[in-house]
Every structure is written in structure tokens, then in C-alpha cells.
Design a protein around this ligand. Structure first.
Ligand code: GLC
Length: 532
């Protein structure tokens, strides 16, 4: 099986990871200093949110030069050093590739908007009269530009104009941008809002839908509109295959495409390709909104097994730089977080863990009105008490607070007097240094699980079978590869449950409460991995 189907991914938001030069902002040299930590934890791949040149209106997701590094993060030399340093430690490195849009300050857009007949006039999407399309995060997608007396389209925020992929020059230029980084050794890309890239060629109006008031997986944005013509077009599925052939030019070692795609399973499968000739992996975001129960996860696992059988591999994520931190959903309970870690690292999937998740970092507490996040600025009229009730994070600052390394100033993230976002107040228990010393900590649960994943190939590529347990609170499944068979049991309740297993157990490979023996009794919120 290819490396990308068996790997484990750690996501770094560079601005918040480690500040090496005391300016309050994380940087590439800071990350390089922390690579041994990631390696020791046992992650095999690191994905970096963007650090290219950017005015940082969307903190890097608004790129002004794809082939340069924003000075607050470092230089091209630092980026090359980072790629090498990750490789020297035997890990893989993924960059974030934002193909859908650039910054409005990108020289391409500056040129494009200057007139209707310049060489880049057609590089973006311009119309004399807008259609009814809405942005996926706000009401307006079309923005008037005086110089051209026309409107440009921005599917996300107004300062992120969408590129026009029906212009072959644009497509080739972006493919070459990918090649530029692949030649420098990156092992692949996480593809930002990949399903938004190609639009209906006739710009037909999107249908109104009363059911679509609230955003959904298939139609993000809500706003009473089905994004029928602005998302997931057939040509967009074809683009996945074209990009795949670009990536496949670099076969030694093979590279990875990991898509951010909003859509139901049928849509996602089209991006993967019938012959597995599209994107290699796609985040399954529906699981972000999990219910902490055995029955929820049993159903979800069966659903994933049904839709993504071998040779596909689901990609499981509970937190990222856009979402409310997962631990918030379970009342910041570290014991529940350990059970989730056990699930995430033992089901048949590529696990993707967002930095800070390994120590149970909680959501920040930054009010909407103080948000630096551009989404917070768009929605700053919403009363805070409503924001607190929403299942999605509107002020994404709260999941981007600085990494908590220890109990020193700024949780050891930076020596600056002021960090770009305030450090959380819960650092006494939730920091790396303290959890490294505690063998029962969440951090060490991640570490042990990552280790047993590596030495038990059944956990990486074995088949999965759900096992009936006779108790609704217990989730049980086996992972089997060749002669190796493992049984995973998770008790989602708070009470002790006796679970009779008829098959003899050879070894207890892992137990959340570190009990090396297993006599059929699972303590509340405990879970085990058993060798059969
Ligand atoms: C993706 C990114 C998000 C960014 C947006 C626009 O959803 O994850 O952080 O704001 O795309 O690029």
C-alpha cells in the first residue's frame, strides 16, 4: 500500500506554532526547532497551512506570490531547509495549495483589474452583470470594480478573487506552481476548497431553496441557495485527474493530493476517481460534528466502509484551523479525548491531527468583535450569545491560539510582550512539557497509539469489521491483515462494563487507562487494543 494510505498527518498552523525571533508570530525556524518533538511523537507526515507571500488578510489563504515566503515566517532558504529537515527525520511534508483564488493584491489581479484588454484581463472572472451566486461564507460573491466598470467573482471573501480556470494559461501557470514546489521536494499538497475551482461555463443562476437556509456539507453557505452551478462541476472532477497527472510526473517518491472538498459521499467519490485516478485522499468533514457515542461512531464507520472500501482510504479529522476545537464538543474532557484518539488512530483511515489537539488544547475565548479572522469581521454584527451557540466557528481565532509548550511566558510560544493572538488561560494542565512527564496524559496516549500503529500493520492497512457486543455503549471492531488480527474495544459510557470475549487474547497492546491486563471488564471511558 502506498505511503499516503498508511500515514498519519499532523497539521501545523505556522503563525501559532513556535516563534523563534520574538515578534509574537510563529515562523519557519521555530517549526524547524520543534521537528524532533513531532518525530518523537510518531507522526509521519506534516501539513503546513500556507506561509507564502501574502498580505495576511486571511492569514495566508490570500496568496500574493506562490513562489515566495512571507517575511514574518522566513525566507525561501528557510522553506528549503524545512523541507530538508522534515525529510532528514524520515517524515513527509505537505504544503497547502490555494488554487481557487489569489489575494486581490497578487500582481496578476492588479494587472487584470486595470483594464479589459491587458494580458491578464481574462485571468479572473469578470462580468458586466452578476448572476445570483452567493459566496460560500457571505452573502455577496460579485464585487464592482470601477477601473473595468465590471464585477469580479470571489467565492470566498472579497479580497480573494477567483482565478479563471477556463483560461488555459491560468491552469498551466498553477500546474507549474505545483511543479515548482514538487521539484523542491514537497511530498504533495493539501488542496484548499478544491471543489469550488471550476464554475458553470454559462454562469446559470443557482436554484433557490427554502431547505438551504443553513449551510450543509453538500451546499456550504446556506443562504437559501443550492450551489448547483458554482460548486462540484463535472469539469472540476476532471481537474482532479489533470492535477493527478501533474503530480504523477514526480513518481520517485510518489506524491500526494489531499483535498478539502465540501460534498456528500457521492461527490467526494467523483474527486477520488473511479480508477483511483483523482485525488488520493479527501477529508471527511461530516465527522467533525460527531456525537460522543458508540452508536454514532458505529454508524459512521459502517458508512465509511461502505463508501470508501479498499483501495480507497477515508481521512478522519476532528479539528483543524477552521473549526471549533474538537475537545470543546466533549466538555473539554481529557478522558473522552483519549477515547477519541484511540478511535481516530485505529479505524481504517488516515488520521489527521491538528497541532494542540494532542494536548487537549481548548478553544480560545476571543469575542467575535475582537476577532482578527476576516470571517469574524464579516459577521461581527451577530450577538455573542448566539455565536456561542453555533456549531461552527465564526471567529476562527479561537482554534488558532498559540501552541502551549510549557508554563513559561506565553506558554513558551514566544518571548514577545504581545503575541499575535492571546495565549489561552488553561495552560497549567494543557501544555507539552507537563504532559510529556505524565505517562497517562493525552499526549502520551497519542504517542503510544502512533507507535502501535507503526509496529502493527493491521492498524494501518488491515480490513475492518464491526463486532456486535451486546452492549450499546461499547464499540468494537477488528482489524485484520494476513495472520494478524487485532480487536479494539471502546467504552463510551462512564460505567464499568463487562464484555465477554470468546476468542483468546494473546496480548493487550494498548489500554487507555494503562492497565496491561484485560479480564473482560472495561472501566468507564476506557478502551483497549487486543491482539487475538
Ligand atoms: C479553506 C481554508 C480556510 C480559508 C479558506 C479560503 O477553507 O481552510 O482557512 O479561509 O479556504 O482560502
Amino acid at each position: 500500500m502506498a505511503w499516503y494510505h498508511t500515514t498519519s498527518i499532523y497539521q501545523i498552523y505556522p503563525r501559532s506554532y513556535y516563534d523563534s525571533n520574538g515578534d509574537g508570530i510563529g515562523d519557519l525556524q521555530g517549526i524547524i526547532q520543534k521537528l524532533d518533538y513531532i518525530k518523537e511523537l510518531g507522526f509521519e507526515t506534516i501539513w503546513f497551512s500556507p506561509f507564502y507571500s501574502s498580505p495576511q488578510q486571511d492569514f495566508g489563504y490570500d496568496i500574493a506570490d506562490y513562489k515566495n515566503i512571507a517575511p514574518e515566517y522566513g525566507t525561501m532558504q528557510d522553506a528549503v531547509q524545512l523541507i530538508e529537515a522534515v525529510h532528514q527525520r524520515g517524515m513527509k511534508i505537505l504544503f497547502d495549495m490555494v488554487m481557487n483564488h489569489t489575494s486581490a493584491q497578487h500582481p496578476w489581479f492588479v494587472e487584470s483589474k486595470a483594464s479589459k484588454n491587458n494580458p491578464k484581463a481574462d485571468w479572473y472572472i469578470w462580468k458586466d452583470k452578476p448572476n445570483n451566486w452567493k459566496s460560500i461564507v457571505g452573502p455577496k460573491a460579485w464585487h464592482y470594480c470601477e477601473e473595468r466598470n465590471q464585477y469580479y467573482y470571489a467565492g470566498f471573501l472579497p479580497f480573494q478573487p477567483d482565478l479563471n480556470y477556463r483560461n488555459p494559461e491560468v491552469k498551466q501557470t498553477m500546474f507549474d506552481t505545483c511543479r515548482f514546489w514538487l521539484e523542491k521536494g514537497v511530498d504533495g499538497f493539501r488542496l484548499d476548497i478544491f471543489n469550488c475551482i471550476i464554475k458553470d461555463k454559462d454562469f446559470k443562476d443557482n436554484p433557490f431553496s427554502i431547505m438551504q437556509a443553513i449551510p450543509s456539507q453538500e451546499y456550504p453557505g446556506g443562504n437559501f441557495q443550492l450551489r448547483k452551478y458554482s460548486l462540484n462541476q463535472d469539469e472540476n472532477f476532471a481537474l482532479a485527474q489533470e492535477l493527478r497527472s501533474v503530480i504523477d510526473e514526480f513518481s520517485n517518491p510518489p506524491r500526494l493530493l489531499l483535498g478539502e472538498v465540501f460534498g456528500g459521499h457521492d461527490t467526494i467519490k467523483k474527486y477520488l476517481g473511479k480508477q483511483q485516478d483523482g485525488l488520493h485522499l479527501i477529508f471527511l468533514f461530516d465527522i467533525l460534528f460527531y456525537k460522543f457515542s458508540a452508536s454514532f461512531f458505529r454508524k459512521k464507520i459502517l458508512e465509511y466502509e461502505h463508501h470508501y472500501p479498499f483501495p480507497n482510504m477515508p481521512t478522519i479529522v476532528f479539528s483543524n484551523h477552521d473549526a471549533i476545537r474538537s475537545i470543546h464538543r466533549i466538555g473539554n474532557n481529557l478522558e473522552k479525548a483519549k477515547l477519541l484518539a484511540l478511535l481516530q488512530l485505529t479505524i481504517r483511515a488516515v488520521p489527521c491531527i491538528y497541532s494542540g489537539e494532542e494536548i487537549g488544547m481548548t478553544n480560545g475565548n476571543i469575542p467575535l468583535k475582537k476577532g482578527k479572522d476576516p470571517l469574524a469581521k464579516v459577521y461581527n454584527w451577530i450577538p455573542q450569545f448566539i455565536v456561542n451557540l453555533l456549531p461552527v466557528g465564526i471567529n476562527r481565532d479561537n482554534c488558532r491560539t498559540p501552541m502551549q509548550w510549557n508554563t513559561n511566558k506565553n506558554a513558551g510560544f514566544s518571548t514577545a510582550d504581545k503575541t499575535w493572538l492571546p495565549v489561552n488561560t488553561d495552560i497549567s494542565e494543557r501544555n507539552v512539557a507537563i504532559q510529556q512527564k505524565d505517562e497517562h496524559s493525552l499526549l502520551n496516549v497519542f504517542k503510544h497509539l502512533l507507535q502501535i500503529r507503526k509496529i502493527n500493520p493491521a492498524l494501518q492497512s488491515g480490513s475492518l469489521e464491526i463486532i456486535p457486543t451486546g452492549n450499546k455503549q461499547i464499540l468494537a471492531y477488528t482489524r485484520t491483515l494476513g495472520g494478524e488480527k487485532l480487536l479494539v474495544l471502546l467504552n463510551f459510557s462512564n460505567s464499568k462494563i463487562t464484555n465477554h470475549i470468546s476468542t483468546p487474547i494473546k496480548e493487550v497492546l494498548f489500554s487507555v487507562n494503562s492497565n496491561p491486563t484485560f479480564k473482560g471488564i472495561l472501566e468507564g471511558l476506557n478502551g483497549v487494543v487486543l491482539k487475538l
